[in-house]
Design a protein around this ligand. Structure first.
Ligand code: S3P
Ligand code: PEP
Length: 447
C-alpha cells in the first residue's frame, strides 16, 4: 500500500498557503460505504463488483478479514471482484487484524458468529481502547460465545456455531452508531432476522445508520427504521451488486476548509446529487464560516472561501451540534480556532472513543497554537488565541483526522510539523500528494 516517506521520526512540515487557491481535488472513495459494501458483497448470494474501490488501510484490513472468513476478493483493472464466503462452512482457527478501523472491529464479529470457527480479533494498541461492549454483549445475548482477553475491548475470540437465531435485542449504542450498523449488516443471515432497539443517553452518527439501511435495501433486504432508535431487518438473502463507490465526502472536508483559510476556490468532482454520506452536511456547515458552497449539474461541489482567513477576514465563531456528524468535528475544531470569537461544538462526547480521545487530543494540540480549549461533557469550547512563533509539533495520535487538522492549521500558522502524516493512509493514503497538488494551483490575482 502507498505510504509517504514521512514518519514520527521525520515530521511533515505542513505547507503554508501563499495565495488564494483555485484547485480541483479528486477525492478517493468513501471508507464508510466501502467497508459496508465489502461486507455485504462477501455475504451476498452471488459474486459482485465494486468499481473505483478505496485502496486504504481500513479497506485493506476489511478485505483481509473477509478473505480470512472465506470470501474471494480480486483487484483487477481498477475494480474489485468479490466472490462471497460460505460462512456456515468455515471451521478452524482464524485471526483478524482490525488495525484501528472501527468498521472492521465492529462489523466483522457478527459475521464471525455465523461461522463454525474460532475467530480471534485484535488490532493496534490504540484499538484496544475503543469501545466494543455493545457488540460483544449483544452477540452473547444471541447465544454466541465470546472469549474475552481484555474485558469489553479487543482482543477477544468469537466462537461461532454456524448460525445465529436473531430475534429481539436492546443495546446501548451511545458510544458508537457502529454497534447498530454491525448488527443490522449481518441481520439478514440471522434465522429470525433482527428487531433492534437502542436504549441509552444519546445515539450518535444517525446518518451512518441510515447509510447501513440504504446499503441493505439496495441489495433487496427488507431493512427499516421502526422509530427514532429502533430498526427491523427481515431474514433473507442479500443480493449481489455491481456498484461504483462515491468519493469520501468527509475526506473532502480538509480540502474544502483549505479554501476558507487560504481564500479562493476548491472544487470536488463526482460529488453525488443524493447520498447517505454525512459529509454532504458540509454544504450547510461550511457557510456558517462564511464560505459559499454550491453543487452544479455536473456533480462538481465548490467551496468559495472568498478572501480567506489569511487576508485577515476572520469569521465569527459558531455554535454547532455535531451529534450526527462527529467525524467532521476535528477539522471544524481547527477552523474554530482561527475564528474571531469563541465557538462551541456539542454532541460529540463519543469522540472520546474514536481513533484517539479526540476531545483530549484537540484540547492539547490547539492549546499549543495559542487557543484556550475547555473540554465539556459533550464537546469543546474553543477560544481563539495568538499563535506562537517558531516550530509547533502537532501530534497525530495515529488519527487520520488529527493529521489533516494539523495540515489545515499549517496553512495559516508557519512552523507546524505534523508528526505522523502517514496515518492518513487509514482512509486516504494520497493525502500528502493531494494536499501539495491543491496548493500548487493558485488563483489568478488581479493586479
Ligand atoms: O459506520 C461508519 O462508517 C462510521 C460511523 C461513525 O462512527 P461513530 O458512531 O462511532 O461516531 C463515524 O464517526 C465513523 O467515522 C464511521
Ligand atoms: C471515527 C472514525 O473512524 P472509524 O471508522 O475507525 O470509527 C473516523 O474516520 O473519523
Amino acid at each position: 500500500m502507498a505510504h509517504t516517506s514521512y514518519s514520527p521520526d521525520r515530521p511533515w512540515p505542513a505547507p503554508t498557503a501563499q495565495a488564494p487557491l483555485d484547485a480541483v481535488v479528486e477525492v478517493p472513495g468513501s471508507k464508510s460505504l466501502a467497508n459496508r459494501e465489502l461486507v455485504l458483497a462477501a455475504i451476498a448470494d452471488a459474486p459482485g463488483v465494486i468499481r473505483k474501490p478505496l485502496i486504504a488501510r481500513d479497506t485493506a484490513l476489511c478485505e483481509a478479514a473477509l478473505v480470512a472468513l472465506g470470501a474471494e476478493i480480486v483487484h483487477a483493472e481498477g475494480q474489485l471482484h468479490v466472490a462471497p464466503a460460505s460462512l456456515g462452512e468455515m471451521t478452524g482457527e482464524v485471526s483478524i487484524d482490525c488495525g484501528l478501523a472501527g468498521t472492521v472491529m465492529r462489523f466483522l464479529p457478527p459475521l464471525a458468529a455465523l461461522t463454525k470457527a474460532r475467530v480471534r480479533f485484535d488490532g493496534d494498541e490504540a484499538a484496544r481502547l475503543r469501545p466494543m461492549a455493545a457488540v460483544l454483549d449483544a452477540l452473547e445475548v444471541l447465544g454466541v460465545t465470546i472469549e474475552r482477553e481484555n474485558g469489553d475491548a479487543l482482543p477477544f475470540t468469537v466462537v461461532g456455531r454456524g448460525e445465529v437465531a436473531g430475534g429481539a435485542l436492546t443495546i446501548d449504542a451511545s458510544k458508537s452508531s457502529q454497534f447498530v450498523s454491525a448488527l443490522l449488516l449481518a441481520a439478514p443471515l440471522f434465522t429470525d432476522g433482527l428487531t433492534l432497539r437502542h436504549e441509552g443517553a444519546e445515539l450518535p452518527s444517525l446518518p451512518h445508520i441510515e447509510m447501513t439501511l440504504a446499503c441493505l435495501r439496495a441489495r433487496g433486504v427488507n431493512a427499516q427504521a421502526t422509530g427514532t432508535a429502533s430498526w427491523r431487518v427481515e431474514p433473507g438473502s442479500i443480493g449481489a451488486r455491481e456498484l461504483t463507490l462515491e468519493p469520501d465526502l468527509s475526506n473532502a472536508e480538509p480540502f474544502l476548509i483549505a479554501a476558507i483559510i487560504a481564500g479562493g476556490l476548491v472544487s470536488i468532482p463526482s460529488w453525488p446529487a443524493t447520498t447517505a454520506q454525512v459529509g454532504a452536511q458540509l454544504a450547510h456547515l461550511l457557510p456558517r464560516f462564511g464560505a459559499v458552497c454550491s453543487l452544479d449539474q455536473h456533480g462538481v461541489f465548490r467551496c468559495d472561501g472568498g478572501d480567506g482567513i489569511l487576508s485577515g477576514a476572520r469569521p465569527d465563531g459558531v455554535e454547532l451540534d455535531l451529534s450526527e456528524a462527529g467525524e467532521l468535528a476535528p477539522n471544524l475544531a481547527v477552523l474554530c480556532a482561527l475564528c474571531s470569537t469563541p465557538s462551541t461544538l456539542r454532541g460529540i462526547g463519543h469522540l472520546r472513543g474514536h481513533e484517539t480521545d479526540r476531545l483530549a487530543a484537540l484540547a492539547t494540540e490547539l492549546t499549543k497554537i495559542g487557543a484556550s480549549v475547555e473540554v465539556l461533557d459533550d464537546g469543546l469550547r474553543i477560544t481563539p488565541g495568538e499563535p506562537p512563533s517558531g516550530t509547533t509539533h502537532w501530534h497525530s495520535y495515529a488519527d487520520h483526522r488529527m493529521a489533516t487538522s494539523g495540515a489545515l492549521l499549517g496553512l495559516a500558522i508557519p512552523g507546524i510539523r505534523v508528526d505522523d502524516i502517514a496515518c492518513t493512509s487509514k482512509t486516504m493514503p494520497e493525502f500528502p500528494t493531494l494536499w501539495a497538488g491543491m496548493l500548487s494551483r493558485k488563483a489568478e490575482v488581479a493586479e
